[in-house]
Design a binder for this molecule. Structure first.
Ligand code: ZN
Length: 197
């Protein structure tokens, strides 16, 4: 019989996306092979993550401070705002190093069928911020779906009449979880070919 602690570890790994029985077993045995020190580090980072990661008070991205490093960076352009629906996309764009403005992360997208309304995804705080920070352009990089469309049109309608250019990435770019598979050139093109919403 497999020792309980090993079974438990395998079950834990299986909670992660894309990890099935086989991979979970492989990971668990790999942990057994690690030095005690490495295992301690692993355990510590697992324990820390929920305690130290929080949402930036300004942009709603993930950070370990009250205000994230992007919002507090005075060297970034502060007249362009990139709106995404998932904090992972902030890190992705940062990794590709193709945008030097500010970000704002919505808590998902409007989806009336699932009862997700504008107030549920933090549109209020986005609008407050747009009113306060005098952006010249707001670029939407939302998932290309009905929900993404609904969300960008909803926000555009509210911003109508203000002197702000509203654009979105050129279509054809599957933004979202799949975005990590897109190369920087494709994204750079999507950014430079962006269109008015
Ligand atoms: Zn921030």
């Amino acid at each position: 019989m497999m020792p309980d602690s090993l079974v438990k570890l395998i079950e834990s790994f299986k909670m992660l996306p894309g990890v099935g029985e086989k991979s979970a077993e492989r990971y668990a045995y790999a942990i057994l092979e690690l030095d005690d020190e490495m295992v301690d580090m692993f355990v510590e980072s697992l324990g820390d993550i929920k305690k130290t990661i929080k949402k930036c008070e300004i942009c709603n991205s993930l950070t370990n401070k009250n205000i994230c490093s992007i919002c507090s960076d005075d060297n970034r352009k502060n007249d362009v705002l990139f709106v995404v629906d998932d904090p992972r996309n902030v890190f992705l764009f940062e990794k590709l190093n193709m945008f030097n403005g500010k970000y704002h992360v919505l808590n998902g997208l409007i989806n009336p069928l699932e009862g997700i309304n504008p107030e549920d995804i933090g549109i209020d705080s986005l609008l407050n911020r747009i009113n306060k920070e005098k952006f010249k352009e707001v670029i939407f990089a939302l998932k290309p779906s009905i929900e993404g469309e609904t969300t960008s049109l909803y926000i555009k309608k509210i911003l109508e009449g203000l002197d702000i250019k509203i654009t979105r990435l050129a279509s054809g770019v599957p933004i979202g979880a799949d975005m990590e598979y897109i190369d920087s050139l494709t994204l750079e093109r999507a950014l430079s070919d962006r269109k008015e919403v």
